[in-house]
Write a protein that binds this ligand. Structure first.
Ligand SMILES: Cc1ncc(COP(=O)(O)OP(=O)(O)O)c(N)n1
Ligand SMILES: Cc1ncsc1CCOP(=O)(O)O
Ligand SMILES: [Mg+2]
Length: 205
């Protein structure tokens, strides 16, 4: 079973599959423990193509591979699991479809009650955010860092998402988050590999 802690990279949304693979290949060897394929814009054929490539790449690096939103795509490419939010499939239905060993992440926004319900329904980890303003998702609900201390009693790991950078990562880890989920600060960085190292180092402190 994969360890649900550390740097959780999430892919930028792009139609350029070659560049996507190049960018992910650059960061994977630098402390990434999980990778989520998040693509809201492309057709099913391109999503299947990209997800297949990323699944092979992650598994060849020993990195856990998660698909955002789409339970059937996760099954089709042999992903380790899926991440689901309020507009996606129900956690219990996903657990029934994917089986006991699958990793199922649940978006809980700023709501500890939602997290309790997600765990009761079979979630493997809970995510709170946006913990800081996010350029990728500017209208995301904002979540206070106090949630990570409260989440300790849930018995599953927690992920923080939204506006996380190498500069503010320490604050989020001190608050109790087990995983840092990052898109922009990683993939828009001048040197993504170095930024991944910095984020991973903050998690080891
Ligand atoms: C690790 C992680 N946390 C939260 C989210 C957000 O999920 P959701 O609320 O379903 O929003 P979209 O990502 O689907 O726009 C996530 N993807 N990953
Ligand atoms: C999907 C999602 N949900 C809340 S914030 C966010 C985007 C995170 O991206 P970034 O790390 O660029 O702020
Ligand atoms: Mg979603």
């Amino acid at each position: 079973m994969a360890t649900l802690e550390g740097l959780y990279a999430i892919t930028p949304d792009t139609d350029d599959s070659e560049r996507l693979i190049e960018r992910v290949s650059d960061v994977l060897p630098h402390g990434v423990r999980l990778l989520q394929y998040r693509n809201k814009s492309q057709d099913p054929v391109r999503r299947l193509w990209q997800a297949n490539l990323l699944a092979s790449l992650c598994h060849s690096h020993g990195v856990t591979f998660i698909v955002n939103d789409d339970v059937e795509l996760a099954l089709a490419v042999g992903a380790d699991g899926v991440h689901l939010g309020r507009d996606d499939a129900a956690i219990a239905a996903a657990r029934a479809r994917l089986g006991a060993d699958a990793i199922i992440g649940a978006s809980c926004y700023d709501d500890i009650k939602l997290a309790e319900a997600a765990v009761a329904a079979g979630a493997s980890y809970v995510a709170f955010g946006a913990v800081f303003p996010s350029g990728t998702k500017p209208h995301a609900v904002r979540a206070p860092l106090e949630l990570f201390a409260q989440a300790k009693r849930l018995g599953v790991p927690s992920a923080a998402i939204g506006g996380i950078t190498a500069d503010n990562a320490g604050e989020v880890i001190s608050a109790g988050a087990d995983m840092l989920a990052v898109i922009g600060a990683l993939f828009d960085a001048a040197d993504p590999a170095q930024t991944a190292e910095q984020l991973a180092a903050a998690l080891r402190r």
